[in-house]
Design a protein around this ligand. Structure first.
Ligand code: FAD
Length: 426
């Protein structure tokens, strides 16, 4: 329940916005198309509310994680809220009566805000639309750089609302919406300008760079002055390496070391520009800047019988769990680690040793190229036929996670028992 409070709060604010407009309607001034102007204002206000939450979620507020179920889920909400706002912009434009004469500042600002927001959101949808993806260079950074201008158009949209000629006389509703405008603007300025003075960016040094196979790097980071940020096994951080221009972008990686270690370890699979450059160019002695830790992927909050499924590099949070165990695992865990080929499998010795130290941990490695993909039927069989009381932890490629989730749900596992880490923020 707690993890839904954030989403429920956003929905409540949207409904309240509509309610405020209905309870305190604008004074009828005899104008033509009054109802359309009224409906258009309600839609425009809901838009401001949604955009302000989208901007707020972009600030990565750590304290709000429990109310959304983790930062990864906050990004999912951000995406949904932004997409709904995008669609509502069109509804707003089609609803408000537009005349072509007597234009003032507010009308010109409306055109600028509309063009800016629509273009940026279209590009934000890029990863889902192949043709648009090319416009951002197909990289996360190109996409992120474009997106950061959205707040400017948000502010222009609000000034448009205040300066549009002949506004409706609705003092209370307009003031209510102003609260959200302030939330959105402050959030935006925090993200782009002054957040750096408040956020904790911790200085680290790259102590070691280990190439585990042809595409995976283990990076060991030692703190320069502060101690390791307090974190739980399974959480992730954002890291960048200011000494190399291409590596000076903040990227999220799970902390694959145990919280008690005096260094932080991340295990990185080369999958795009940043991670490939990291594999090729990162060297011991380079500076690193760490932000975090974030995330709510924690098996200790689950039940007594668990199933863990890692696909490929999705092993990392489970590595952290395993490294955190001191031989006293207090629940039954069936751990499946699926990779395509033997060469891709990482830290098998460590997993094996952990299973020997912790009798309640049963680990199975699956090489899908040779043995076929891991199936839910096998998992159910190994679990004794009934898995409805199991807590399932999933991390891996999105299609794999989604397919397992669907199958477990169809077998009667309650949605609240299925936990997964989203390795994708856009
Ligand atoms: C919570 C979380 C934990 C992760 N843990 C690991 C891990 O332990 N090991 C690992 O190898 N990978 C992990 N990833 C994935 C890793 O962040 C991306 O593979 C990496 O950022 C790709 O960047 P790129 O430039 O190489 O590739 P690109 O081609 O630019 O990006 C590939 C995909 O990675 C995601 N991504 C890229 N850059 C960022 C960014 N700055 N912030 C957020 N998402 C981004 C986007 O979804 C993008 O579609 C994790 C991701 C998340 C969200």
């Amino acid at each position: 329940m707690k993890r839904n409070i954030g989403n429920l709060f956003i929905i409540a604010c949207v409904l309240l916005t509509v309610a405020v407009w209905l309870i305190f309607p604008p004074v009828y001034d005899g104008r033509e198309h009054f109802e359309r102007a009224y409906a258009g204002e309600i839609i425009g206000s809901v838009n401001i509310v949604l955009m302000s939450f989208a901007l707020f979620l972009s600030t990565r507020p750590k304290w709000a994680e429990p109310y959304f179920g983790g930062l990864d889920r906050m990004y999912v909400t951000h995406r949904r809220v932004a997409t709904t706002a995008f669609l509502l912009i069109f509804v707003h434009v089609l609803t408000v009566p537009i005349t072509l004469s007597g234009w003032a500042l507010g009308n010109y600002l409306a055109v600028i805000a509309f063009t800016g927001i629509v273009s940026i959101i279209l590009v934000s949808l890029a990863p889902r639309i192949a043709f648009l993806n090319k416009l951002t260079g197909g990289t996360y950074d190109g996409w992120k750089n474009l997106k950061k201008y959205i707040g400017v158009f948000f502010i222009i949209a609000f000034i448009h609302a205040l300066t549009v000629p002949n506004p409706l006389d609705a003092f209370i509703a307009i003031n209510w919406v102003q609260v959200f405008f302030i939330l959105g603007s402050v959030s935006y300025l925090y993200t782009e300008l002054f957040g750096r003075f408040f956020k904790k960016y911790l200085p680290y040094t790259v102590e070691a760079v280990n190439h585990l196979n042809k595409s995976t790097t283990e990076v060991i980071l030692r703190p320069k002055k502060d101690s390791i940020p307090r974190h739980r096994a399974g959480q992730f951080l954002f890291v960048r390496f200011p000494g190399d221009r291409s590596l000076n972008e903040s990227h999220p990686f799970t902390i694959s070391s145990a919280p008690r270690e005096d260094v932080l370890r991340v295990t990185v699979k080369a999958s795009g520009d940043f991670t490939r450059t990291l594999y090729a160019r990162l060297e011991p002695g380079m500076d690193a800047t760490v932000e975090g830790a974030y995330g709510m992927f924690d098996y200790k909050t689950g039940g007594q019988k668990q199933i863990w499924i890692a696909g490929g590099i999705g092993l990392t949070p489970f590595l952290s769990f395993i490294r955190d165990m001191d031989g006293s695992l207090d629940r039954d865990v069936d751990f499946y680690y699926a990779v395509r080929h033997k060469e891709e499998a990482l830290f098998l010795d460590e997993i094996e040793a952990a299973a020997q130290r912790n009798p309640r941990l049963k680990s199975r490695v699956r090489f899908s190229a040779a043995d076929g993909p891991l199936s839910v039927e096998q998992i159910v069989e190994n679990a004794g036929g009934d898995i409805r009381d199991r807590h399932i932890y999933l991390c891996g490629p999105l299609p794999m996670v989604q397919s397992f989730e669907r199958k477990f749900l169809s077998l009667g596992v309650p949605a609240g028992n299925i936990h997964y880490e989203e390795f994708n923020f856009r």
